[in-house]
Design a protein around this ligand. Structure first.
Ligand code: FAD
Length: 474
């Protein structure tokens, strides 16, 4: 009996249930990954994310080969072509079993459903696992048996579930035989080269380098996480999101590592490690929301009444936001950083998202799309959840009248302008006191820096008015 492991957003050799299960139960095991350019284009994935993905795939291919498993890279246009391609592979190579990790996005679920139907008709057994989340989304419900819509009660149950079933590493051994199903390595390089542009070069792509980077965060920095995580000029966060988004590491692997370093008291609610664990739970939560409320995958608001909210469709303001030319220094610095590096700190994501939705009243979906086109860690669930939260249309959303003041945020989280001046050097001459509101500095006219595109107090008042009128009309 020959098994095929289908790799998707789980590009690692360890903490991988399908690999463990397949190698425990079959002598002949191969792995496949489908390269889907049309799908990536449809999702608007950032070139830097694709570069990391391709580098990871090539590294993974070598890592798996060293362990006796062959990873076959097959190019098809998009998800629609995958069921047919799998059917063909299974019949050509007498594959009897297919294993993979569940993905919870709507298109992905539709694709997997079609695969199960088609292969089932061919007597190929399909088995799937739930490594994508720490706690699988179909396991948590409130007392009424309904899915949670708010994070905190979800998190309490999430934690109980984690305590009841702590992660345990699972090994796998080399199969007796691993088929090369299609391409040669040279051809694979050819297939992948189109997306390799070196933009993600600063991010390691080999498993042992990724893991050691994370271990050093967990051993040296996680204790200060609660104090430092909001300051973009500090190395206060882990930088693990690009790897989680392609599955180069798994949440169970990270949690296990923390438990090894911090002991079971980690789960008792204290210290930086616990705060960090809670962030991993946010990641799970947005996947959970997507699983139970799939309309969010169709450009709809979680809170569907807001689908009819009237946003401004002002392309000029949107361009100013995208290009870091709004006249709000912390917003502009964050956007320029994103454009140049493919990365943005979480505090800044919240500030620029609030600014787009609440100061400019632009559609949150524009921001969501733009982030996907630029971020190295672009991830549908976390991005969608973050944007809906910022626009006050999602689960557990910020109330519409709570609007970030960008200048105050800047003063609080980048008081010396360390981060800001890296990206908005035009403000180097501005005294610290005025850095976050340069238009108030008497010398502002001489600066080569735009005036604010909207006035803070007026914009906030207009937004509150718009939201309150909308809600009254419902
Ligand atoms: P750490 O602070 O070290 O946190 C560890 C991990 O916890 C992260 O890697 C991430 O997996 C998870 N996490 C942390 N904060 C959040 C959060 N607010 N929501 C969900 N998971 C979280 N994250 C993405 O991975 N991809 C996205 O496309 C994305 N888009 C976002 C858009 C907006 C508008 C907002 C407000 C947030 C978005 N986030 C996204 C969440 C968060 O900003 C990033 O996960 C975080 O900045 C990644 O940095 P880190 O790995 O150093 O995080």
């Amino acid at each position: 009996m020959t098994a095929l492991v289908w790799l998707r957003s789980d590009l690692r050799t360890v903490w991988h249930s399908p690999l463990t299960y397949a190698t425990e139960n079959h002598e002949h095991v191969s792995a496949v990954y489908f390269v889907t350019p049309g799908q990536w284009q449809h999702y608007g994935l950032a070139p830097i994310k694709l570069d990391l993905l391709m580098r990871r795939l090539l590294a993974l291919r070598e890592e798996l080969a060293e362990r006796g498993l062959s990873l076959n890279l097959i190019e098809v246009e998009d998800f629609n072509a995958i069921p047919g391609a799998l059917k063909q592979l299974c019949s050509q190579h007498s594959i009897t079993h297919l294993y993979f990790n569940a993905e919870y996005e709507l298109d992905e679920r539709k694709r997997d459903h079609e695969v199960k139907e088609l292969l089932g008709a061919q007597n190929v057994k399909v088995g799937f696992f739930h490594d994508t989340c720490m706690v699988r989304p179909d396991r948590l419900f409130n007392k009424q048996g309904a899915p949670y819509k708010v994070f905190t009660p979800y998190f309490h149950q999430w934690l109980d579930q984690l305590k009841a079933s702590l992660p345990i590493p699972k090994a796998w051994h080399a199969p007796a035989d691993s088929l090369c199903l299609t391409n040669s390595l040279d051809k694979d390089h050819e297939t992948l080269r189109r997306w390799l542009d070196k933009s993600s070069g600063g991010w390691p792509c080999r498993e042992q380098d990724i893991v050691s980077q994370i271990q050093s965060f967990l051993s040296q920095h996680v204790d200060q996480y609660a104090e430092l995580r909001d300051f973009p000029a500090q190395q206060g966060t882990s930088g693990v999101s690009p790897y989680l988004s392609i599955g180069a590491v798994s949440p169970a692997q990270l949690t296990y590592q923390m438990l090894v370093q911090h002991g079971p008291e980690l789960l008792e609610g204290q210290g930086g490690a616990f705060v960090w664990l809670r962030e991993l739970a946010w990641r799970d939560f947005y996947r959970y929301v997507m699983f139970h409320f799939p309309h969010v995958c169709r450009y709809r608001c979680f809170n569907q009444k807001y689908d009819h909210f009237h946003w401004h469709n002002d392309k000029q303001l949107f361009d100013a936001w995208c290009n870091g030319q709004t006249g709000y220094p912390i917003v502009d610095a964050a956007m320029r950083c994103l454009n140049a590096t493919g990365w943005m700190h979480n505090r800044l994501r919240m500030i620029v998202a609030s600014f787009l939705c609440k100061h400019l009243l632009l559609p949150w979906r524009w921001g969501e799309d733009y982030f996907m086109q630029k971020l190295i860690d672009g991830d549908f669930a976390s991005n969608n959840g973050g944007w809906q939260w910022s626009a006050s249309v999602g689960t557990d959303a910020a109330p519409y009248f709570r609007i970030f003041n960008p200048a105050a945020q800047g003063q609080r989280y980048d008081p010396e302008g360390e981060f800001l001046l890296q990206w908005v050097p035009e403000l180097k001459a501005v005294p610290r006191k005025y850095l976050h509101e340069p238009q108030k500095w008497p010398g502002a006219r001489a600066l080569d820096y735009p005036l604010p595109v909207v006035e803070h107090k007026q914009a906030v008042a207009a937004t509150k008015e718009r939201f309150s009128q909308f809600l009254e009309s419902q």
